[in-house]
Design a protein around this ligand. Structure first.
Ligand code: ADP
Ligand code: MG
Length: 858
């Protein structure tokens, strides 16, 4: 191995401590990268790859970025999911002997960025720690470093629940222990697409006590420490601004599995992954970024507690009715800055004076906000007003100390008002005085020399000087002036007394700039004491913002306040909140729905494109809107509080995965069946499509039967298996409904109206016609259909089923090699042919299959 220079030795030593990060190694005005780091950074950042010591036998690959532009490059790497270790020179190169001492001062990672331009203002950026315990439980801790928020959840129902919980959250990094099993790590990487980081050393230290006083479970403490240890390790500074951890009691919220989060397009659409077209897009009439972030959190955790839901609805109703006051409220909120992130940055120590002015302006809005809220006649709203406490002392502090328009830099003075600090005033007096003296000197010199154009100027290199044009030089008296600089047309001079004053002025200025910086830090530290108060205020303001957003959208889109009952769900003229927005006004066809304990399964038939999926999603979205405390798109709604929503989309409608196999579809169905209760809502949209007709239908049927007999969850089940409509005869709680369509002059007209009973025809071919398939092709399809319809159609089997038969999930054989069938197996094939699948229950089919396989195997 080649011997390295002492500097390279130092580099390698530091790099070894940060194997999974790009090491930005400070060298003069550049951050340099070497070896493999250099090769990948050059590729990722599109910068030139060069070599260090090109003369050597083994030159070292190298590339670099100028230090002043580093932030942009770091941003690019972070957005791609990488980490960057920033390594600075920590002693003055001029005075150091040997290699300058260097240290990593910060580890920038996707979950720990603080710079506002790397953050999306309407969205949280979570770093999560995930810990697993020998009792099979998991603990997830969420932290948003930019807001200081800490939340923790204990998961006791297995690994899948972990994935469902984390899915669709704005998580960019997960900190785990390196002994989490490989396949689980892989799932985190693949399904959640996050950066994984490791923290094996988990120490609880005294600094964490304040943050975790409310935790009384060893597992929670350990998981929380893991995260805090990691943050300390990467940020290398205090954790002052972090808030006390809040325990998320998962059973206080409706649980939405990841399929529902995705399929219902709550916060982003499936295809474009954007907010546009999602429920969040429709509902987000909040005017602050804090409000948007909070709404998103609410959408992912609808409430279960009726009292809490009604509290929100009551306030929304108040805001709805008082639309004038609501307008005022919105105007006030618009001038409130992002208090939550401001508070985070104050504590973190990266605010400037402008940020503090924003803080002041925001806080100054509080009295007005309170008095506006007080104008509503509603008790609940008055209570909110009472809880808003105006931190007058902070406003006073900021008002008396900071000028109204401070510069961006806090190190160049001009931040602090006159009169705030005596010492500062003295310096300023000295400096102003000196400047006056100089102005007077100019007058005096002009008079004495009789040179009208004589002037006194200042530059950084020569300080103050007296400038005389060449034409006037002969007027200067001898001896008094010392020449300092010669220009084309003029000479510049100094005098001893000018030099003396200059020193006074510069000293005073330097001292005042330094003092201003120190005062600024003092003010910032003082505000730090009030961070919890600011965070509480931010929380209140966000809540008010979301609730006014609900009122605003409810008024704009004509939503009605829902009632909550125990057993009946009845919606009159319900609409799909998103589709009605993207359609021409008034063209969405409203529909009713009714579910109760006696009729808890609706089997929906109807042609393709008639509106089955829309009708099902409409119900789920309405339920969610109600449980987050918003009015709902209907004329009247009596809802039930659901504990969970499960959504399965048949392969044909599964837009995202597309290739979604039957197996996946069944796994998803299994997830619903395993977890649903009689308080849950299940949507099964054309399940069973991922396979050929018969077994797909058999499974669809047995799933419905299972839910009917064993779960009794409220269920909407759409199907293209028309045959299943006869289940109404055998399953007393199942009711057929269909989407009406009419045939008109050979084509189908969709009415999008839900009616009782089963649909009577398949309109698939007509839809093809609508899609402009060639005429001969349509004709051919029609005649095939006629032929098929004249043959025997499969019929559902209406016998009793035994529970526990849903074990379709036999392990797939690893290698399915194609084999020549030996003669001895011909019997099996004959037997197979003989089987009458339509006379068998799925269980009998399984048994038969088992026997057949056994025959072949031996
Ligand atoms: P299906 O699931 O039966 O194939 P969809 O629910 O996907 O049908 O609906 C197809 C299209 O029909 C929707 O994209 C929408 O444009 C329209 N549609 C559905 N329901 C309604 C309705 N109630 N009123 C108006 N248009 C509707
Ligand atoms: Mg559909």
């Amino acid at each position: 191995m080649a011997k390295h220079t002492p500097m390279m030795e130092q580099y390698l030593k530091i790099k070894a401590e940060h194997p999974d990060a790009f090491l930005f190694y400070r060298l003069g005005d550049f951050y340099e990268m070497f070896f493999d780091d250099a090769i990948s950074a050059a590729r990722e950042l599109e910068i030139t790859l060069t070599k260090r010591d090109p003369g050597q036998k083994e030159p070292i690959p190298m590339c670099g970025v100028p230090y002043h532009a580093a932030e942009n490059y770091i941003q690019i790497l972070i957005e791609k999911g990488y980490k960057v270790a920033v390594c600075e020179q920590v002693e003055d190169p001029k005075t150091s002997k040997g290699v300058v001492k260097r240290e990593v001062v910060q580890l920038v990672t996707p979950g720990t960025v603080m710079e506002s331009k790397m953050l999306n203002e309407g969205e949280n950026n979570y770093i999560v720690s995930l810990s697993h315990f020998s009792d099979g439980s998991y603990v997830i801790v969420y932290n948003d470093l930019s807001t200081g928020e800490n939340r923790i959840a204990l998961i006791t129902n297995g690994w899948n629940a972990v994935i469902h919980e984390l899915y669709n959250q704005p998580v960019s990094e997960i900190v785990i222990s390196s002994n989490l099993p490989e396949d689980l790590k892989e799932q985190l990487r693949d399904r959640l697409q996050v950066t994984l980081s490791y923290q094996d050393d988990v120490k609880f230290n005294a600094e964490f006590r304040m943050l975790s006083e409310n935790l009384n479970d060893e597992r929670l403490m350990k998981a929380f420490s893991r995260l805090l240890n990691y943050i300390q390790h990467t940020q290398k500074r205090s954790l002052d601004h972090l808030q006390q951890v809040e325990v998320i009691e998962l059973d206080h919220y409706m649980s939405l599995d990841m399929y529902s989060k995705r399929n219902l397009e709550l916060t982003e659409t499936i295809l474009k992954k954007g907010k546009h077209g999602s429920l969040l897009w429709v509902l987000d009439r909040s005017v602050t970024a804090m409000g948007s972030r909070m709404l998103k959190k609410w959408l992912e955790r609808p409430l279960l507690n009726q009292k809490h839901i009604e509290e929100r609805l009551e306030i929304v109703e108040g805001f709805y009715q008082g639309f004038m006051e609501r307008d005022t409220l919105r105007d006030i909120l618009k001038s409130v800055y992002d208090l939550e992130r401001l508070a985070g940055r104050i504590a973190f120590g990266n605010v400037n004076a402008r940020d503090l002015i924003q803080l002041k302006q925001s806080l100054q809005k509080i009295p007005e906000l309170k008095s506006t809220l007080d104008q509503f006649p509603h008790e609940e709203i008055k209570a909110v007003a009472d809880n808003l406490v105006y931190p007058e002392h902070l406003v006073d502090l900021l008002h008396s100390s900071l000028v109204d328009n401070p510069p961006i830099s806090v190190k160049e003075g001009s931040l602090i008002k006159d009169g705030y600090n005596e010492q500062l005033d003295t310096y300023r007096y000295a400096s102003r005085n000196g400047k006056n003296w100089i102005a007077q000197l100019e007058q005096k010199e002009k008079q004495e020399t009789q040179i009208k154009s004589l002037k006194i100027g200042y530059n950084r290199v020569f300080g103050y000087y007296i400038e005389v044009t060449k034409a006037n030089l002969h007027l200067l008296p001898e001896g008094r002036y010392e020449r300092k600089q010669t220009l084309t047309n003029a000479e510049r001079y100094i005098t001893p007394e000018l030099k003396e004053k200059e020193q006074l002025i510069l000293d005073a200025e330097e001292q005042s700039v330094e003092l201003e910086y120190n005062l600024f830090i003092e003010i910032r530290e003082q505000i730090k004491e009030d961070i919890p108060r600011l965070q509480y205020l931010a929380d209140m303001v966000s809540t008010i913002d979301v609730l006014q957003a609900f009122a605003t959208v409810s008024e704009a889109n004509n939503y009605k306040r829902p009632q909550f009952g125990k057993n009946h769900l009845t919606i009159t003229s319900g609409r799909h909140p998103v589709i009605e927005q993207v359609m021409k006004e008034g063209s969405f066809v409203p529909n009713d729905i009714s579910l109760n304990d006696n009729k808890n399964i609706l089997l929906i038939t109807g042609p393709n494109m008639s509106g089955k999926s829309t009708y099902m999603r409409q119900l789920a979205l309405t339920v969610i809107m109600g449980q987050i405390g918003c009015f709902v798109p209907s004329d009247e709604a009596e809802l039930i509080i659901f504990d969970q929503i499960f959504t399965r989309i048949g392969a044909a409608d599964d837009l995202v995965s597309g290739q979604s196999t039957f197996m996946v579809e069944m796994l998803e169905a299994n997830h619903a069946i395993a977890n649903a209760t009689d308080r849950s809502l299940i949507l099964l949209d054309e399940i069973g499509r991922g396979t050929s007709t018969y077994d797909g239908m058999a499974l669809a049927q047995s799933i419905v039967e299972y839910i009917h007999n064993n779960i009794q969850a409220k269920t909407l089940f759409s199907t293209h298996y028309h045959e299943l409509t006869t289940l109404e005869e055998s399953l007393s709680n199942l009711k057929n409904i269909h989407v009406r369509a009419e045939e008109h002059e050979g084509s189908v007209v969709f009415l999008h109206q839900i009616k009782d009973g089963a649909a009577d025809e398949s309109y698939g071919i007509h839809v093809a016609k609508l899609a402009d398939l060639p005429e001969p092709l349509i004709e051919r399809a029609s005649s095939i259909l006629e032929e098929l319809e004249s043959n025997d159609k499969p019929k559902p089997i209406t016998g009793k089923i035994e529970s526990g038969q849903l074990s379709f999930f036999v392990e797939e054989k690893k290698s399915a090699k194609r084999e020549v069938i030996p003669e001895s197996n011909e019997k099996v094939i004959d037997d197979l042919k003989e089987l009458n699948l339509f006379e068998m229950t799925p269980l009998e089919a399984m048994n038969a299959l088992y026997k057949l396989q056994k025959n072949v195997k031996k």
